[in-house]
Design a protein around this ligand. Structure first.
Ligand code: BG6
Length: 457
């Protein structure tokens, strides 16, 4: 920071996200020299009444969990923990926040005074907001208005951590820096696109939160829709964050209303056993939704967004399936179509499924892959955590990988009618077994949408 003084405030400092993501990300930035001891102070704020040291001890426990840390690493950690202060207070009364403000000002003023400059606080304030951004179009707009009364849009960083993932960030480069894809990326060549998120565990202690939102609000309306934008949008006129976000908004605005027959909802057996979930819950833990774009590039191409909890594997991927080869002389279509797969996680990879000659004396064909697996190609490289990247972007003032207000609105416009249908009980989830592929109807919908199952990968 230009001022030489940065205060980071972590609201909800004793919560799940802070523990799992925020503090580890801050620590990683500190270790790499992006946060400097003599410049940075971290303020944790939450309701829990604990002391500075108690919070530090909790964080220490998380950060060295299961690792045989060296003396040097432990020392680094101790120095990092010394940067953290804790303030306890409620979220809905001014008192706690006034106390927090006092602590921050004291720190910043003393910092400035030590350096001999006048205690003019100047500088900037940026706010990072995590989902849920409301529950539907109206509540989200209301929230945007309230936040908008306090902060200007360039100060607001709506986080969607999928935008911090390496292979999601790569989409822009892949599509617009390679000659291969440009001429093929359209309705003439692509038959269907799948964007899939699967988790092999259930809601695990988050049932209370999850039940109010469900899988569409938790994953599809944000994470998968952001990926969808990057796959489907037109080329931005430059890499300026505003130009990229303009294109995302345009493609979202071109999405047609979702049809009920192109939706499958599921709930895993055992979900309602969580004591914080009502016995009659109608909340989907699985959904497949087909989006259709009304524009020149994509008319008629289904984009199948699928997400589920408690399934048979943990994976997030984009699967672009091409059309059959016209006038196929090899009769190889049964082996499968060309596909381009981008695996976001785990084991980041991109591969193209293509037909080649079966090596040997016969003139027969086989499906094979051109494979770029990051673990092999970039051995020894640690891919940064999404939150680490996005927090650094916030400090640097780069909003490219954050959601703009009009983008959020367009996203809610797409899903609100469907969500209201579910909330009213008009649409109900089918039961599926934990550890399965999800409801069979989802595979049927996939087939109806034109997807042809290929073998191998
Ligand atoms: C969060 C959801 O946004 O993303 C969770 O609230 C989900 O339900 C998580 O488990 C998945 O993130 P990742 O990075 O593990 O794919």
């Amino acid at each position: 920071p230009e001022t030489g003084c940065l205060s980071v405030v972590v609201l909800g400092a004793s919560g799940d996200l802070a523990k799992k993501k925020t503090f580890p990300a801050l620590f990683n930035l500190y270790r790499q020299g992006f946060l400097l001891s003599n410049e940075v102070h971290i303020f944790g704020y939450a309701r829990t009444k604990i002391s500075d040291d108690e919070l530090r001890n909790r964080i220490r426990g998380i950060l060295i969990q299961g690792k045989g840390a060296s003396d040097e690493q432990l020392e680094e950690l101790s120095k990092f923990l010394q940067l953290i202060k804790y303030v306890s207070g409620s979220y809905d009364s001014a008192e706690g926040f006034q106390l927090l403000d006092k602590e921050i000002s004291e720190h910043e003023v003393s910092k400035k005074t030590i350096e001999g400059s006048s205690p003019d606080l100047g500088g900037w304030t940026r706010i990072v907001v995590e989902k849920p951004f409301g529950k539907d179009l109206d509540s989200s707009e209301k929230l945007s208005e309230q936040i908008g009364e306090l902060f200007e849009e360039p100060q607001i960083y709506r986080i969607d951590h999928y935008l911090g993932k390496e292979l999601v960030q790569n989409l822009l480069v892949l599509r617009f820096a390679n000659r291969f894809f440009m001429p093929l990326w359209n309705r003439d060549n692509i038959d269907n696109v799948q964007i899939v998120f699967r988790e092999d565990f259930g809601t695990e202690g988050r049932g209370g939160y999850f039940d109010e939102y469900g899988i569409i609000r938790d994953i599809i309306q944000n994470h998968l829709l952001q990926v969808f934008c990057l796959v489907a949008m037109e080329k931005p006129s430059s890499l300026k964050p505003e130009r990229i976000r303009d294109e995302k908004v345009k493609v979202l605005q071109s999405v047609l209303p979702i049809k009920d027959e192109e939706v499958v909802l599921g709930q895993y057996d055992g979900y309602r056993d969580d004591p914080t979930v009502p016995d009659n819950s109608n909340t989907p833990t699985f959904a497949t939704v087909v989006l259709r774009i009304h524009n020149e590039r994509w008319e008629g191409v289904p984009f199948i967004l699928k997400a589920g909890k408690a399934l048979n594997s943990r994976k997030a991927e984009i699967r672009v399936q091409f059309k059959d080869v016209p006038g196929d002389i090899f009769k190889c279509q049964k082996q499968g179509r060309n596909e381009f797969v981008i695996r976001l996680q785990p084991k980041e990879a991109m591969y193209m499924k293509l037909t080649v000659k079966q090596p040997g004396l016969e003139m027969s064909t086989v499906q094979s892959e051109l494979d770029l697996s990051y673990g092999q190609r970039y051995q020894g490289l640690t891919i940064p955590e999404a939150y680490e990247r996005l927090i650094l972007d916030t400090i640097r003032g780069d909003q490219q990988h954050f959601v703009r207000r009009d983008e959020l609105k367009a996203a809610w416009e797409i899903f609100t009618p469907l969500l209201h249908g579910i909330d009213n009980g008009e649409l109900k989830p089918t039961l599926y077994q934990p550890g399965s592929r999800g409801p069979e109807e989802a595979d049927q919908l996939l087939e109806r949408s034109g997807y042809v199952q290929t073998h191998g990968y």
